[in-house]
Design a protein around this ligand. Structure first.
Ligand code: SF4
Ligand code: SF4
Length: 92
């Protein structure tokens, strides 16, 4: 994608870094509502094919570095009605 290439170039030329997060899922709390997937601004969460103990499909993280990565924004954590997903800042 042309826009991403430009952003990648700018990042390489500057000292800027993209904040990164590590996503944790308490899989059996998930009810598969998909809110975290819908509202993740980076589109790195997808509904998986797996079933949890409740019979729902929990999300999973699909990253494509360097740009399509979890940025530790915390939206998924805030929006999850089941407190099933949380993120922690990834140290470089
Ligand atoms: S913290 Fe933000 S970028 Fe990371 S998975 Fe959650 S919503 Fe997506
Ligand atoms: S918002 Fe919570 S309950 Fe809904 S799919 Fe995501 S992790 Fe599961």
């Amino acid at each position: 994608m042309a826009t991403e290439s430009r952003i990648e170039k700018l990042l390489k030329e500057s000292d800027a870094t993209i904040p990164r997060g590590t996503v944790y899922l308490v899989e059996d709390r998930c009810k598969g509502c998909g809110l975290c997937v819908e509202f993740c601004p980076k589109g790195v969460l997808v509904i998986s094919d797996r079933f949890n103990k409740k019979g729902y499909h929990p999300p999973e993280l699909v990253e494509e570095p360097p740009l399509k990565v979890c940025i530790n924004c915390g939206f998924c954590e805030r929006i999850c009605p089941e407190f099933a997903i949380f993120v922690k800042k990834k140290e470089e």
